[in-house]
Design a binder for this molecule. Sequence first.
Ligand code: PGA
Length: 253
Amino acid sequence: MQKKRLVIANWKMHPVTQGEARKLFKAVVKRVSRVRTARVVICPPTLYLGDLASSYGGSAIIFGAQDISTEEGEGSFTGEVSGTMLKRLGVEYAILGHSERRSLGETSSLVAKKVNSALNAGLVPVVCVGEHERDNDGGYLHWLEDEIKASLKGVSKSQTKKLIIAYEPIWAIGKSASDAMDNDELHQTALFIKKVLVKMYGRKSANNVRILYGGSVEPSNDDSLIKVKEIDGFLIGHASLDPDTFFDVVTNG
Ligand code: PGA
């Protein structure tokens, strides 16, 4: 039986106008609203979330944010948007600690604050982790373990039910399917991530955590990657900006 996959579209800083965002969103809804084999979450730029959520809330699509503030509720935090505000708008997920934000200086301890803030606001955090490169001695695995532990600091066992880890090796992001991981590498790494989670939370709670893969997922590789038992779905960047391509990624396999 095909597993019901979770597919999260990360639009990043696209498109450049609200009109284009509406057009893209409508085209995606038209294609995926009858799909029963996947849950689809769209994460547009925060600027468009209000408009899209008020116009299309209640459709088959779930909304997610690309980032949130460490701060909860409201306050004197110029430029910030809280998880509470997003939740009130109808947003359910938040991508946190994406490598493109980490490259702007976001540390794992800041990410952990955001993860806790998201959980307190009732959002599902999608915590991004992944190594810059791989060495032959497996040093990157220690690095990955440290990143996972630091990014989840303060998250309790009972909160694992709401937790998602998006494993996104940085070397595979924004390329093409041939640069993504193969099944075997993904299987080994997903098993390693599970092992780290078991160490942190025990087997039962670790099994609650869903694991997604992201990094150059396209229609030509998603059907094979989804066969990796430990993988519950994908975080999709460039392939989510074309409605037909995205539909293929959501339904392939
Ligand atoms: P990509 O991006 O699918 O374009 O590689 C994935 C991501 O950055 O989340």
